[in-house]
Write a protein that binds this ligand. Structure first.
Ligand code: NAD
Length: 327
């Protein structure tokens, strides 16, 4: 049997490092590429190239064969504290767009059949996400475009880039719009962490009876998708005949206050909430899963609580290990 090959760009990141493990379990030969190795576990990639995908010649060097599958997950990204402050806008747009332009073009020149591209729910228009109880994130609500961040605008540009290569170069690129992916071995501190990991850390650090700080009034809504289901959706889309864009997200919408309550309950702690000013993003967001169900015959179904239990367990261990005195 011929071993299939896969390239994972962004293999040192959260989703990419998990994807490498999944592809290895499936028997692929995997090359990972990133600026850095995964932070929390050894990579399982057969080959791992450290380098900068903004560099065109580096892209051509590592895309040296007709990989059976290519996953383009590399991006300059972070949680609300990174994306919504405005301080990183130029870097976010320039870095991520350059990566996509280079990787896609190098793949096309090597006759790679198609790539998987991870867009984001951040590309949806802000005007459809003002009511926290009733956000509209159906795929066909994307236009007229009005993302609330430059990160979202870059995603929209790159989605269109991948689909343009499908039309003009007969490629089979696939585009997913991820909605808040979480799980163990993700950034949990330092400013780039996202809400589930940040809440798990705050709860793990808090003494029962004390309070945890939350950005905003906590009534903003979101849904969160556990990493295993994200990978399942990613792989199903990549191997399907549907190009997307399609949401890969959970439709179990909660307020941030509810998210804190679930995590506190998992931890067995009684905690009060202190609402403080902070970067927020849209008022409400939820995945609309009708299209993925109709095109792939599958949709994410695991409960938020089940994913948070595994994530809290992991974050709590990081907090404990970090507190241990050196030596
Ligand atoms: P991540 O930040 O953990 O991983 C991205 C990786 O890209 C990082 O390891 C980073 O070092 C690498 N990278 C950045 N610039 C690079 C460069 N110039 N050259 C090489 N590597 C570079 O992010 P993630 O959560 O794993 O997200 C993966 C993808 O999914 C991203 O495109 C992101 O925009 C998208 N996405 C993620 C979420 C989420 O909730 N995690 C939601 C929507 C979309």
């Amino acid at each position: 049997m011929v071993t299939k090959s896969a390239l994972v760009c962004g293999a040192g990141g959260f989703i990419g490092s998990h994807l490498v493990k999944r592809l290895k379990r499936e028997g692929f030969w995997v090359r990972g590429v990133d600026l850095k190795y995964p932070l929390f576990a050894e990579t399982e990639a057969d080959d791992f190239a450290i380098g900068d995908l903004r560099d065109q010649s580096f892209c051509r060097q590592i895309i040296d064969r007709r990989f059976d599958e290519v996953y383009q997950l590399a991006a300059d990204m972070g949680g609300a504290g990174y994306i919504f402050t405005g301080e990183h806008d130029a870097d976010v747009m320039h870095n991520s767009a350059t990566i996509n332009l280079n990787v896609l073009d190098a793949c096309q020149k090597r006759n790679v059949a198609g790539l998987f591209y991870s867009s984001s729910a951040c590309m949806y228009p802000e005007y459809n996400q003002k009511d926290p109880d009733n956000p509209n994130c159906a795929e066909d609500s994307a236009y007229p475009a009005a993302p609330d961040s430059e990160y979202g605008w870059e995603k929209l540009f790159s989605e269109r880039l991948y689909l343009a290569y499908n039309r003009n170069y007969a490629m089979r690129n696939r585009v997913a719009r991820y909605h808040n992916i979480f799980g163990p071995e993700g950034t949990w501190t330092g400013g780039k962490e996202k809400a589930p990991a940040a809440v798990c850390r705050k709860v793990a650090q808090a003494v029962s009876g004390s309070e945890v700080e939350i950005w905003g009034d906590g009534t903003q809504t979101r849904s969160f998708l556990y990493i295993d289901e994200c990978l399942e959706g990613t792989i199903r889309l990549t191997r399907s005949d549907f190009q997307g864009p399609v949401n890969v997200g959970s439709d179990e919408m909660v307020t941030i206050n509810q998210l804190v309550d679930i995590v506190a309950d998992i931890a067995g702690k009684k905690l009060a909430k202190k609402h403080i000013p902070g970067p927020l993003g849209v008022r409400g967001r939820n995945s609309d899963n009708r299209l993925i169900q109709s095109k792939l015959g599958w949709r994410p179904s695991a409960s938020l609580r089940a994913g948070l239990e595994k994530t809290y367990d992991w974050v709590e261990r990081q907090v404990r290990n970090n507190q241990r005195p050196a030596g």
